[in-house]
Design a protein around this ligand. Structure first.
Ligand code: GSH
Ligand code: NAG
Length: 399
C-alpha cells in the first residue's frame, strides 16, 4: 500500500521497548538525563523519556523529577481513558473509507470541521490513508462529547487489541501516537498511548496548566529507527511542529474574526464546510452561526492581546507564511520534508487549511508566496485520502 511507504519496511514481533532517542531541541529542562536511553523496562523508560522530551512548548523549566513525585507541583495523570463500547447516542457524521487500511484501529474523530487543531489531525489521517469516522460536534452545545471527561476537540477513539476504545487527546499527541503506531502496526495503540501521559504543573505565573508529555516525539524501537530520516531532520520536524502549536495557530482566530462582519462570513463558511445545514436542526445551526460569530469576535480581541499581536493582525500572518516558505526555499526541495511532506509540512498545511474559505487566507495568497506549496500539499493530501462516505453511503459498507 503506497500510503504507508513513508514508514514501511519496519518489521515486527519485537518486545515493546522504546526510547526517545534525541533530546529536546530548545527548551532548557535542566535534567541530566540527556543521553540516549538504553533498552530497559517500560516504566523506567517512560520516566526517563519524560525528563528528556517532556513539556516542550509548555513554558515550563526546572527540574523534572517524576520519580520523587510532586516536585514543582508536577503531577501525572497517567491513566488513559478507556471505554468498553462506543458511546450511545453519538451519531457518526461521515466516514473516510480506505479499503487498503488494514490497521483495525476503527478510529473515530470528534471534531469541528474548521478548528485548526482538527484540520491538522485530518491532514495527517488523510495523508496516511487511514480509514476513520467523523463525529461533527456542535460547537455551542457540544452534545457529541457529553459522554467524555475531556471537553476539547479534536479527540480520537482508537480500538485496542482487546476491542476496547482508548481515548487520545490533543492534536499533536494524536499525530505522534499514530505515527509511532505506523512504524510497526503490530503494536497495540493502547500501549503506545502510555508514552504520552497527561501532566499537570504550575507555571511561572502560578497557574495550573495541563499538557501531554512527549507530544512531539515518535516512539520507536531502539534498533529500528524510522527509515530515511536523520537525527537532524527529526529535530527540525519537532521544532516546526512546536512552532505551529505555539505560534501559527494563535494567528488564526484574530485574523478570521478580525471584525464582526468578517466573523460572520467566517461562520457562514464554517456552516458550509461543516455541512451544518445537514447535520443540525435549523435553529441549532443559526444559534451556532450567530452566537458563535459574536462570541469569537469578542474572544479574538482578548486572544490578540494574550499572544502579543499588534492591531494589524494580517502582518503577523504574512510574516509566518513568509517564514515558512523561506525555510523550504533554503532546503531547495518541494516540501519541508523533501520530496515528500513530513509532519511539519502536514501540520502547517492543516492549520492554514482551516481558514481556506476565509478572507484572511485569500489575503495570504495575494500577499505572500505560500500558494504553490499550499496547493502541492492539498493535492498530496487529497490524493491519499480514502473515499468520503455520507451517512447514506455508510450502510453499503462491508460489515
Ligand atoms: N492543545 C489542544 C487544543 C485543542 C483546542 O483548544 N480545541 C478547541 C477548539 S479549536 C476546543 O475544543 N476548545 C474548548 C472548547 O471549545 O470548550 C490540541 O492541540 O488538540
Ligand atoms: C488524558 O486525559 C483525558 C481526560 O481528561 C483522557 O481522556 C485521556 O485518555 C488522557 N490521556 C492519557 C494519555 O492519559
Amino acid at each position: 500500500m503506497t500510503t504507508y511507504n513513508l514508514w514501511r519496511g519496519l518489521s515486527t514481533g519485537r518486545r515493546l521497548t522504546f526510547q526517545v532517542l534525541y533530546r529536546n531541541y530548545a527548551q532548557q529542562i535542566g535534567t541530566t538525563g540527556t543521553t540516549p536511553v538504553k533498552r530497559m523496562s517500560n516504566t523506567k523508560l517512560m520516566v526517563i523519556s519524560m525528563g528528556v522530551g517532556g513539556l516542550i512548548g509548555a513554558g515550563y523549566s526546572g527540574y523534572l523529577s517524576l520519580t520523587s513525585g510532586g516536585n514543582n507541583g508536577l503531577t501525572t495523570q497517567t491513566k488513559p481513558t478507556v471505554i468498553d463500547k462506543f458511546p450511545d447516542n453519538v451519531k457518526i457524521t461521515r466516514k473516510i473509507y480506505n479499503p487498503n487500511d488494514n490497521t483495525d484501529l476503527d478510529l473515530v474523530l470528534f471534531q469541528y470541521q474548521t478548528c485548526p487543531f482538527c484540520c491538522k489531525v485530518r491532514a495527517f489521517l488523510d495523508s496516511q490513508g487511514f480509514s476513520y469516522s467523523v463525529v461533527e460536534v456542535d460547537a455551542v452545545l457540544r452534545q457529541g462529547i457529553k459522554w467524555s471527561k475531556y471537553k476539547k476537540v479534536p479527540m480520537l477513539l482508537a480500538k485496542r487489541k482487546d476491542g476496547k476504545y482508548v481515548q487520545l487527546t490533543d492534536s499533536s499527541m494524536i499525530i505522534s501516537a499514530l505515527s509511532s503506531f505506523l512504524l510497526n502496526t503490530d503494536q497495540d495503540i493502547g500501549q503506545l498511548v502510555n508514552f504520552y501521559p497527561n501532566v499537570s504543573f504550575v507555571d511561572e505565573n502560578n497557574k495550573e496548566k495541563t499538557d501531554v508529555l512527549n507530544k512531539y516525539f515518535l516512539m520507536f524501537q531502539e534498533d529500528r529507527p524510522p527509515k530515511s530520516t536523520t537525527r537532524e531532520s527529526m529535530e527540525d520536524e519537532r521544532k516546526w511542529r512546536t512552532w505551529v502549536d505555539n505560534h501559527l495557530v494563535h494567528l488564526i482566530s484574530p485574523n478570521v474574526y478580525r471584525t464582526s462582519s468578517e466573523a460572520r462570513e467566517t461562520f457562514e463558511w464554517f456552516s458550509q464546510a461543516g455541512e451544518w445545514d445537514e447535520h443540525f436542526p435549523k435553529w441549532e445551526r443559526n444559534l451556532m452561526v450567530h452566537v458563535g460569530a459574536f462570541a469569537m469576535w469578542a474572544i479574538s480581541k482578548r486572544l490578540k492581546k494574550r499572544h502579543g499581536l499588534t492591531d494589524d493582525v494580517r502582518i503577523h500572518l504574512y510574516e509566518a507564511c513568509d517564514k515558512w516558505t523561506n525555510e523550504i526555499e533554503k532546503k531547495k526541495t518541494k516540501f519541508f520534508g523533501g520530496n515528500e511532506p513530513n509532519l511539519a509540512d502536514l501540520n502547517v498545511f492543516g492549520v492554514l487549511n482551516s481558514m481556506e474559505g476565509c478572507e484572511a487566507f485569500k489575503d495570504c495568497l495575494r500577499n505572500t508566496k505560500i500558494g504553490p506549496w499550499f496547493n502541492a500539499m492539498k493535492e498530496y493530501v487529497q490524493n491519499r485520502r480514502g473515499t468520503v462516505l455520507s451517512q447514506v453511503d455508510m450502510q453499503y459498507l462491508p460489515n
